[in-house]
Write a protein that binds this ligand. Structure first.
Ligand code: HEC
Ligand code: HEC
Ligand code: HEC
Ligand code: HEC
Ligand code: HEC
Ligand code: HEC
Ligand code: HEC
Ligand code: HEC
Ligand code: HEC
Ligand code: HEC
Length: 324
């Protein structure tokens, strides 16, 4: 895919800004020598001219946008394009075989990582990134759900995008939804967190690289996670409602619900899933229905909430029944 000359020139301009003394080509060539030569001691499988070789064929913006990102900074010695680094091959692995003209009738040899026929496992793919990101990301990653489930770094991250979508609040969910279709469906329900209009990211509640908590939550429990925003529900309260202090998930679905306030089901059914339908033995109301066969006044309208309005707990001296 060839694109406009200007698009192809963008990385050149960026590199030139960083290295005003040399043209981009010379710069890249100079560096690839250091990187590739260092690698050459280990084996001949790296390309000889590093990124210069690659860019000769891969000059479309979908690839060269990398020079607009943290990874494409020649002035940062830690980046793949920093002095002495392996450039494209820092992530894609040795490309010596790939750059060779394929034999007649044969396909071009694949790049070892993120190539069209890479045979490396997902863990091996991720290891390429972890050679640089071992400290921060690696500690959480090892043994995390996504690691164990064979999701590799490149399935969420696109280092070739000018801005990696998964790092943006408004674009992140679409990346996750490629695999998490259940949550995608939840988003279309009438009651949702502001994830649906992209003002909130999955990472408000989840740590995708790994977490000590169940469900990759950012805090130790569901409740601790919810309290980061809904502080008013934290308590301690004079009269607590046991399920609320235990797990908000008994009554709420964080990803979306067909019931108001993200409820798992509507009152009175919600309440009656735990509380006996037999009702209020100590209250003077009869258990029977109203006139004309209407149900009990306990079940009408806001039902239980008509009286027990403080469902999350109460600080009122006589709030023992969560009614004030
Ligand atoms: C920081 C790591 C990293 C560096 C450096 C890097 N790549 Fe990539 N590249 C990736 C990952 C990860 C993918 C897969 C992205 C995806 O599937 O969304 C990829 C995909 C590609 C693709 C396939 C794009 C497509 O979908 O059509 C090409 C071609 C490519 N890279 C070439 C290069 C070249 C050439 C360089 C050097 C200029 C380079 N890469 C540098 C990580 C890197
Ligand atoms: C002589 C041209 C040429 C050079 C040089 C070259 N490539 Fe490629 N590359 C190709 C072609 C053609 C394909 C598509 C291969 C196919 O589909 O069979 C490809 C595919 C890829 C892919 C996989 C993209 C996909 O769609 O699956 C990656 C990654 C890649 N190249 C990276 C590199 C890197 C890194 C270098 C430098 C070390 C490099 N290439 C050098 C021609 C080249
Ligand atoms: C040669 C070392 C190196 C390799 C290999 C490498 N990175 Fe990086 N990465 C860096 C550096 C350096 C930064 C900039 C960090 C900073 O500024 O603190 C960075 C930044 C990032 C960021 C943050 C970008 C931002 O805009 O904030 C992400 C995400 C990332 N890398 C993912 C990856 C993934 C995924 C891979 C493998 C496909 C990978 N990295 C491979 C060195 C590397
Ligand atoms: C399930 C998707 C997913 C996978 C897989 C994934 N990441 Fe990330 N990564 C993210 C998200 C989302 C963020 C943004 C975190 C935030 O905003 O709190 C991120 C952020 C980062 C950052 C920026 C620094 C930071 O932590 O904020 C780096 C570096 C990074 N990832 C590297 C990696 C590496 C290396 C791997 C593979 C070992 C990897 N990621 C695998 C989703 C993923
Ligand atoms: C390439 C596919 C893929 C992508 C992309 C992906 N995931 Fe996952 N994720 C999985 C698989 C597979 C599992 C394990 C099975 C399951 O629970 O669905 C999983 C599990 C999870 C879990 C449950 C963890 C647990 O231990 O119960 C959470 C939370 C999660 N992913 C969040 C995210 C977020 C947030 C993103 C985007 C930043 C994301 N995932 C992107 C494949 C993916
Ligand atoms: C408001 C907090 C919150 C947000 C935002 C959020 N989640 Fe969750 N997620 C949770 C909680 C809490 C759980 C624990 C189990 C439950 O209640 O479903 C969970 C569970 C999951 C699971 C595991 C489900 C299972 O059945 O094991 C996946 C997968 C998941 N979330 C993906 C996502 C994705 C993708 C996004 C972004 C689109 C996202 N979540 C946004 C709170 C959140
Ligand atoms: C990152 C902040 C954040 C986190 C974490 C969070 N929420 Fe929310 N929550 C919000 C915002 C913002 C709204 C929308 C408020 C509005 O529209 O007025 C909301 C709305 C709600 C509503 C619906 C309110 C209504 O009037 O319909 C419920 C219920 C809710 N959250 C429960 C939870 C639960 C349970 C958790 C933990 C799994 C949680 N939230 C975690 C920010 C958060
Ligand atoms: C026993 C069931 C139950 C549990 C457990 C529960 N809630 Fe609720 N929640 C409700 C009901 C019922 C409503 C609707 C109240 C109404 O319509 O007045 C509600 C409404 C909300 C609202 C929107 C109205 C408001 O009061 O701000 C938020 C936010 C909320 N809950 C957060 C939480 C959080 C956070 C937790 C965990 C600490 C939690 N809930 C635990 C039943 C519950
Ligand atoms: C997940 C189960 C569960 C759900 C759902 C639930 N409750 Fe409760 N509720 C409890 C438990 C457990 C107690 C504590 C009983 C005790 O201490 O003997 C309690 C106590 C109460 C009390 C009495 C306060 C006290 O300490 O004696 C009232 C009133 C109450 N709940 C109302 C409601 C209403 C109204 C709803 C629906 C909005 C509801 N509950 C939903 C489990 C639940
Ligand atoms: C018309 C007002 C009203 C409605 C509606 C109502 N309650 Fe009550 N409820 C009360 C009063 C008043 C008490 C206190 C009774 C007492 O102290 O003996 C009470 C007490 C309770 C208790 C405390 C334990 C007990 O039996 O003494 C529970 C649990 C309870 N209600 C659950 C519910 C549920 C579930 C619903 C919905 C199906 C509901 N209530 C609807 C007025 C109401």
């Amino acid at each position: 895919m060839r694109t406009s000359l200007w698009a192809a020139l963008i990385p050149v301009i960026f590199a030139a800004l960083a290295f005003s003394t040399a043209t981009a080509e010379e710069t890249a060539a100079g560096q690839s020598d250091t990187g590739a030569e260092a690698a050459a001691h280990e084996g001949p499988a790296y390309s000889r001219r590093g990124a210069d070789t690659c860019l000769g064929c891969h000059d479309d913006v979908a690839v060269t946008n990398i020079f607009m990102t943290a990874h494409g900074q020649p002035s940062d010695s830690r980046s793949p394009f920093g002095a002495g680094q392996l450039q494209c091959e820092a992530c894609h692995g040795p490309g010596g075989a790939h750059v060779k003209l394929p034999k007649r009738g044969e396909r071009r040899a694949s790049m070892p990582y993120w190539g069209h026929e890479s045979t490396a496992s997902d863990a091996e793919h991720s290891q390429m990134c972890l050679t640089c990101h071992d400290k921060h990301v690696g500690l959480q990653w090892a043994g995390s759900t996504h690691d164990v489930e064979d999701v590799n770094c490149g399935e969420c991250h696109n280092p070739h995008a000018a801005t990696d979508p998964v790092l943006k609040t408004n674009l992140q969910a679409m990346v996750c939804y490629e695999c998490h279709i259940e949550q995608k469906a939840d988003e279309n329900k009438p009651y949702v967190h502001p994830i649906a209009d992209r003002r909130m990211a999955c990472t408000a509640c989840h740590a995708p690289h790994g977490s000590a908590a169940d469900h990759l939550l950012v805090r130790n429990t569901t409740n601790e996670t919810c309290y980061t925003c809904h502080q008013d529900k934290r308590g301690p309260l004079l009269w607590e409602h046991a399920p609320v202090t235990e797990d908000c998930g008994y009554c709420h679905r964080p990803h979306g619900s067909v019931h108001p306030a993200l409820l798992t089901q509507r009152p009175p059914l919600l309440c009656q899933s735990c509380h006996s339908q037999a009702g209020h033995p100590s209250v003077a109301y009869g258990p029977g229905g109203l006139a004309d066969g209407n149900p009990s006044s306990y079940l009408l309208g806001g039902s239980c909430l008509n009286c027990h309005s403080q469902v999350h707990g109460s600080n009122h001296p006589s709030g023992v029944n969560l009614s004030r």
